[in-house]
Design a protein around this ligand. Structure first.
Ligand code: TXA
Ligand code: MG
Length: 348
């Protein structure tokens, strides 16, 4: 199919683009749009046909459910059985990078929710995303706009690389602010929360709303063969780099000692920019991607997926990266990086 690309410069001037895209959604077409986390591959959340088109365009298994995106928190009423805890979360974090899983109403087709009795709801902050959902007037189902198995896209260029010819429209709204996907929590029947995917909204942030939070064990480790996934996405390999990614668990000195004895292999390294001068001197023939200072998790989050995409194109034998710390936003980086590395951590 022909894919149209629209660049949005200012919402006030580009109203026509938004209304055109809302019409594409009304005719059950696919519209890629920016959010503050990653780009989303959007379609009418209430149409089974549209949901199926999403799974086909992404090459995604149809039992892996889609998040429905709404423009105001109360819109969830039409689609999910909400609770006071939902509204407490909404008051504090919506619009923003939080997805809440609740019991679904029948208005959401089974195709959209991957056959589950629950539905994932998110009210994004990005103004283009909000304008599109408002103009459409109904929820927009959207997974990340990458081909299944590649890192989530944080720029329109990434989307074009993956989905050109597979979607009707790509809205180019520049780079995503955060760069990792939303935090996902599930509201349990006993009024507690389960964290299924860490993101910019951290467990400490959630503690301000309720102290009853469980962190799903799959956030930090691999599911065992016989373990049931609390979220279908957990059981799929998220990103399979062509070169294996290995996380190095050790301080800077241990890392350089280890890399010095790997001189024969063509490796790339992802590392903290605090060490830029030393590393470029020590390894002048190796490619080193700097993704921000050690304490600057926001920079690391913003650059991680784009670096993984770049590194993948270069044909290295192996890619090394540090093990992120697990605190605050570090937990989101840790979760994405151990998955990209297929849980391969080298203790130094
Ligand atoms: O930031 C984000 O959340 C982005 C933007 C576009 O909003 N979306 C996104 O969607 O990351 P996706 O489909 O790539 O990841 C959503 C995850 C999947 O792992 C899916 O299995 C899980 O959410 N999920 C969706 N509905 C669920 C449900 N009812 N129960 C459990 N897990 C669910
Ligand atoms: Mg995804």
């Amino acid at each position: 199919m022909e894919t149209k690309i629209f660049k949005i410069n200012s919402l006030a001037e580009d109203e026509e683009i938004i209304s055109y895209c809302a019409d594409v959604l009304r005719s059950e077409g696919l519209v890629v749009f920016p959010t503050e986390t990653v780009y989303g591959l959007g379609a009418d959340a209430c149409s089974s046909l549209a949901a199926k088109k999403i799974y086909t365009a992404k090459g995604r298994p149809s039992d892996n459910p889609l998040i429905i995106h709404i423009s105001t928190p109360s819109e969830a009423e039409g689609y999910a059985y909400t609770s006071s805890l939902y509204y407490k979360l909404a008051k504090r974090f919506m619009p923003g990078p939080l997805t809440v899983i609740m019991k679904s109403k029948d208005t959401v087709p089974l195709a959209t929710r991957g056959g589950l009795d629950t539905v994932a709801v998110r009210c994004p902050e990005n103004e283009v995303a909000r304008a599109l959902i408002k103009a459409f007037g109904k929820p927009v189902a959207a997974p990340s706009a990458n081909l299944s198995g590649s890192p989530s896209p944080t720029s329109a260029k990434h989307v074009i690389d993956d989905l050109m010819g597979r979607v009707d429209v790509i809205i180019d709204g520049g780079e995503c602010d955060f760069g990792l996907e939303s935090t996902i929590v599930r509201i349990e029947e006993d009024g507690s929360l389960t964290l299924l995917r860490p993101g910019k909204i951290t467990p400490d942030d959630l503690m301000c709303v309720t102290e009853k939070i469980n962190i799903s064990s799959a956030v930090k480790r691999e599911l065992k063969a016989d373990e049931v996934a609390q979220s279908p996405g957990m059981k799929y390999r998220h990103y399979a780099p062509k070169a294996p990614l290995v996380l190095l668990d050790g301080d800077f000195d241990a890392v350089i000692n280890y890399l010095s004895i790997q001189a024969d292999t063509s490796f790339a390294l992802i590392y903290y920019s605090d060490y830029e001068e030393k590393l470029t001197k020590l390894f002048p023939n190796s490619k080193i991607y700097f993704f921000g200072k050690e304490k600057d998790e926001l920079s690391q989050a913003k650059l991680l997926f784009s670096i993984l995409r770049k590194a993948d194109k270069q044909g290295y034998d192996i890619i090394y990266a540090p093990v992120p710390n697990e605190n605050g936003i570090g937990l989101a980086l840790y979760n994405r990086m151990i998955r990209a590395a297929s849980h391969t951590i080298k203790k130094l």
